[in-house]
Design a binder for this molecule. Structure first.
Ligand code: NAD
Length: 491
């Protein structure tokens, strides 16, 4: 069985760690590869950072117009290999074919936006701020930067950061999720074809030991993290204590409010796609559906029909609209949470726990579940499920619904379905969440906008994507100059 290698100094090299864990296809438990995982990983982080530092010094002197040329090349490589990357994503993460293509498209869009770095990183100049004195602010790269990513978007999330880091003149180290490292192996084979200094973009595999080595390496100036909230908190506190700039995205529990004036037919399909897309393993998945003013019956019936009609199976097969969840442990955690909801007084309207997919009997499959009358005063309402489970609750007024949104532990996304502009305006102004959707089920910001998130969904200041990423990966330098007007002097 193939043991995956690190990519250091622009070469594929064996990990210093001899410990490995299996990379598994969640649809059938086939072992796809072995990935290094263990305490010796720290040595590899040091090697990667040392070569990255050298490469970055050279790279930062390359004009920005030239630096973005490698992104144009990377975009065409991505496009040429889209199908191969998508197949790997489906095989290691369980996504459907469309979902895999969708996340690659989002990665490409970030490369495209980062191609605008020559404009996006422009500074400011004020001439004659005082007599004969000019002042300017320029942006310079930080040095060596790194990202640590989760399993649920094996390609896209790295690209919230990588293109911006590189275009602004930094070196970049990737620590992919140990559950889905194969997508990055394929992408690094494309990166290998770029004309960049050796060591500029590197990858080291592993788990907590590798992450700790990144957190402790003095060469690393900035860390971008995406994953669960406890790990985000850990990385933010340890990274900042070690003097690094950190942006750490955490977990989520996203509420969706349905007002009585919503277009029920359109809304229910969008909402069900939001809850069950990517088998619910999406930080922007709708989780709690709140009906307002007693129109619960109609919403409930429509959601039930839409949820029941989803076809579950191996994501690359035709007609499949929902794949498996990532691991058997994840499946057990989700079924335990369904049980918790029932024990807390909810009614299991649709039970997706016992599903058997012919030919894929060993897969981690669940079909859509719906819990109704989930208690607002109990634990499940604030617990991230990260699986294909919808919680239905009923609230009397829009004010109470907004208060419910704002009382949540997380603040990643909140959506409203309505045909009233006034209600939409009230919601977008008063709902406390970093990403707001109006008649949108997955309010995922396009690459031009920051991927926001509030409360326990984000630790830091600047987010990934767009201008925020440009700011995150640069430091400002202010220069003030006096140039006496020698031509006005008499010689
Ligand atoms: P995770 O936190 O378990 O792992 C994320 C990364 O952290 C992995 O690379 C992993 O190796 C590393 N890691 C795990 N435990 C660690 C530890 N104790 N110390 C140091 N590093 C550690 O997350 P996951 O299960 O891969 O991903 C799912 C989570 O990610 C969900 O909570 C989801 O909401 C969240 N997520 C958030 C966003 C967002 O934008 N807010 C996007 C995608 C996923």
């Amino acid at each position: 069985m193939i043991v995956l290698e690190n990519y250091i100094n622009s070469e594929w090299v064996k990990s210093s760690s001899t410990e490995t864990i299996n990379v598994v296809n969640p649809a059938n438990q086939d072992v796809l590869a072995k990935v290094p995982y263990g305490s010796s990983a720290a040595i590899d982080v040091t090697l990667a950072c040392d070569s990255a530092l050298k490469a970055q010094k050279e790279w930062s002197k390359v004009p920005v117009m030239k630096r973005v040329q490698v992104l144009y090349k990377l975009k065409s490589l991505f496009e040429a290999h889209r199908e191969e990357i998508a197949k790997i994503i489906t095989d290691e993460s369980g996504k459907t074919r469309d979902e895999s293509f969708g996340e690659i498209q989002r990665a490409i869009e970030n490369i495209e936006v980062a191609c605008g770095t020559p404009v996006l990183m422009a500074g400011d100049v004020i001439e004659d701020i005082a007599k004969g004195i000019d002042e300017m602010m320029i942006r310079q790269p930080l040095g060596v930067t790194a990202c640590i990513t989760p399993f649920n978007f094996p390609s896209m999330i790295v690209f919230w950061f990588l293109p911006y880091a590189i275009a602004t003149g930094n070196a970049f180290l990737v620590k992919p999720s140990e559950k889905v490292p194969l997508t990055m192996i394929k992408i690094f084979n494309l990166i290998h074809q770029l004309d960049i200094p050796n060591g500029l973009i590197s990858m080291v595999h592993g788990g907590k030991d590798t992450v700790d080595a990144i957190l402790e390496n003095p060469i690393v100036r900035a860390i971008s993290f995406v994953g669960s909230t406890p790990v985000a908190k850990y990385i933010y506190s340890k990274g900042t204590a070690n003097g690094k700039r950190v942006q750490a995205q955490g977990g989520a529990k996203n509420p969706v409010i349905v007002l009585p004036d919503a277009d029920i037919e359109m809304s229910m399909k969008i909402i069900a796609d939001s809850v069950y897309g990517c088998a619910g393993q999406r930080c922007l998945a709708a989780s709690t559906i709140v009906t307002v003013d007693d129109q619960k019956g109609e919403v409930k019936d429509a959601l039930y029909e839409t949820a029941k009609s989803r076809s579950v199976g191996y994501g690359w097969n035709d007609g499949i609209s929902m794949g498996p969840v990532i691991t058997p442990e994840s499946k057990a955690r989700i079924t335990d949470l369904i049980e918790l909801g029932i024990n807390e007084g909810a009614n299991l309207l649709l039970d997706g726990r016992n599903v058997n997919i012919s030919g894929y009997e060993k897969g981690n499959f669940l079909s859509p579940s719906i819990l109704e009358n989930v208690r607002l005063d109990k634990k499940l309402i604030n617990t991230e499920i990260f699986g294909p489970v919808m919680s239905l609750v009923s609230i009397k007024t829009i004010e109470e619904a907004i208060a419910f949104v704002n009382s949540g532990k997380y603040g990643n996304m909140a959506c409203l379905f309505t045909s009233s502009g006034a209600s939409a305006r009230k919601f977008r102004n008063e709902a406390d969440a970093g990403n707001i959707g109006i008649n949108i089920g997955v309010a995922a910001p396009m690459a031009q906008f920051p991927f926001s998130g509030w409360r326990d969904s984000f630790f830091g200041d600047l987010h990934g994507q767009g201008k925020h990423a440009i700011e995150f990966f640069t430091q400002t330098k202010v220069i003030i100059e006096r140039w006496p007007n020698i031509w006005s002097r008499k010689f």
